[in-house]
Structures are given as C-alpha cells and as structure tokens.
Design a protein around this ligand. Sequence first.
Ligand SMILES: NC(=O)c1ccc[n+]([C@@H]2O[C@H](COP(=O)([O-])OP(=O)(O)OC[C@H]3O[C@@H](n4cnc5c(N)ncnc54)[C@H](OP(=O)(O)O)[C@@H]3O)[C@@H](O)[C@H]2O)c1
Length: 306
Amino acid sequence: MKAVRIHEFGGPDVLRLEDLPTPDPARDEVLVQVRASSVNPVDYKIRRGGYLREDQLPLTLGRDIAGVVSRCGEAVTTLKPGDAVYAMLPRDKGGYAQFVSVPAALCAPKPARLDFVQAAAVPLAALTAWQGLFTQGGLLDGQTVLIHGASGGVGHFAVQLAAGRGAMVIATCAGQDHDFVRGLGAATVVDYKAQDFREAVRAVDLVLDLVGGETQDRSWDVVRRGGLLVSTVGEPDQAKAAAREAMGLTYLTEPDGAQLAQITGLIDERRIIPHIDRVFPLEASDQAERRLEREHVRGKIVLQVA
Ligand SMILES: NC(=O)c1ccc[n+]([C@@H]2O[C@H](COP(=O)([O-])OP(=O)(O)OC[C@H]3O[C@@H](n4cnc5c(N)ncnc54)[C@H](OP(=O)(O)O)[C@@H]3O)[C@@H](O)[C@H]2O)c1
C-alpha cells in the first residue's frame, strides 16, 4: 500500500510517499481501506519536531480517516467488511495511507449525509470541540461561551456544537470569516485583527481557547468569577485564574468512538456540517500541510486517498 511517512523532522519536503506492507488487524481492530484523511495542526507540529523523539521515526502522519472496513480482527463483533466508518486514530497509527488498522471501538458509522471526503474532515476536530466544550468545559444551555479561532478546523465545529446546545456564542476570527462564522450560529463575532475582544465581551461562563499566547492571557479579563478557560494549546496561568476566582485547564483530545457516533447523529440530523477548505490528493500531502501551516484556512483541509 501507499503511505506518507517522515524519516526526519523538518519542512513539508520531508513527507515521503512510500510502499509499505498492508497492516494486519489485531484481535480488536478492523483494517480500513482509507478513502480520505484530513490534515490537522498536530501533523505539521509532529513533522516540524519537538513533539516526538528521533527514535520514534519513521512514522505515518494523519489522525483522521474515513473509509470502508475491509477485514475484521477475530474479536470484532460490531463491524463487518463493507461498513463505511470514520475515526480519530490513536497516536501510534497514521491516516495518510491506503490502509490502516484501527481499534473497532474507536470507529463510528460514517454519517450517511456525508461523502468520504467530508467525513474525513470531522473526527479529530469535532471531538476536540466536543471534549473542550462539554467534557472539559461542562457547557450548559443558556451559558455564554467565547470561542477563539472560530473559523478553523476545531473552531467551526465548536461554534455549531455550542450554539446547538443552546449557548450564546461569541467568536473571534478574521473579518473575512465573519459571515461564515455567524452562519454557523455565533451571536457575536469579533475581528481579532481589528478589535480587542475585551471591548466587546464581558463575563463569559466559558472560554474555549484555540489560539493561546496573549489571546489566552487577555481572556482572563472577560471570564466571569467562577468561570472556566479551556485551552487546546497551552497550560493556562493558574495565578491569573486564581486572581479571577476562575479555573483554567488544558487537555489532549482522546479518540472516542461513542462520542463520534453522537457526532454522526448530529450531522445526519443536519445540526452540524463540516466545511471543507480544499481537497488535495494523498500524493500532495506536502502542499496540503503547507497550506494549513502557512495560509488562511477556513474549516478543514482533506486528503483524498481513493
Ligand atoms: N490539545 C489537543 O488535543 C488539540 C486538539 C486539536 C487541536 N489542537 C490545537 O488547537 C489549535 C487549533 O486547531 P485547529 O485545527 O482549529 O487549527 P486551524 O484549523 O489552523 O485553525 C486555527 C484558527 O485560528 C485562527 N486564529 C489565528 N490567530 C487568531 C487570533 N489571534 N484570534 C482568533 N483566531 C485566530 C486562524 O485564523 P486565520 O487563518 O485568520 O489566522 C484559524 O482559523 C492548534 O494549535 C492545534 O494544534 C490541540
């Protein structure tokens, strides 16, 4: 099978399309013929170095897949060959490949409403939004949430999920994305390039920080007392949280087939939808990563594999 691997850390030019043996599924795994994968910042962050050690190379990048089950391990009872599935892969698997073996428990039915390219855009980003808002953030109907980075892969799902839960969504993004983010359900949109969000926002229950740095720092001024800041990008400053009588935490998104199945339900009920920025063939994974890393992206970048 073809797979894109890295043998060293560096720029997009270290991505190599190679021939590898097709994996055998373990007892609790299914072998999936990958139809599409998607690109997440974690892929270029791993590729650039600093996340993993040299002795963990070579490795296949990619944490998202949508495809068709081609074989099942002997302990798998929930799936059968021919089933259309999608999944966020665990850290030791790579989705930029024609086949990948995946624990059956991490797979969910592909939303019927989506094709494979659209479905591959969903797992990691939507699970990150779900876990940040609900598992970590405990967001409730009627609360107010500030979402930084609302036009990106995670943010565009977060806006839809939060609005669908009945929260009032305030979003930060570039001015060119305002109509897009309002259309996803944000009540208020702030252009992060033109305005300090502190002028427009007060006393939110929850901040979902997908940006970090000084954006996170300034967010303490708009969290209500007893409120919460949840970040995907950096450990919140606990002294600043305490000064505000608020809480701050960071988390790593975990693959979760049951949560993903709930997301499938929301997609098929037309309550959330992935937005695809651009599709590249597997052979052009270097261009796909370069775009996500260096250019303005609205929603998700997908790799078409078959
Ligand atoms: N902890 C975890 O497990 C986990 C899981 C998923 C993601 N993450 C991290 O979360 C971050 C977001 O992920 P993603 O997939 O959504 O990335 P993405 O698709 O690249 O989106 C990031 C978005 O942030 C916007 N942005 C940049 N600077 C901003 C600012 N100052 N204020 C408001 N928006 C700003 C960008 O818009 P412009 O194009 O206009 O700059 C872009 O739309 C990444 O750093 C990623 O590594 C962590």
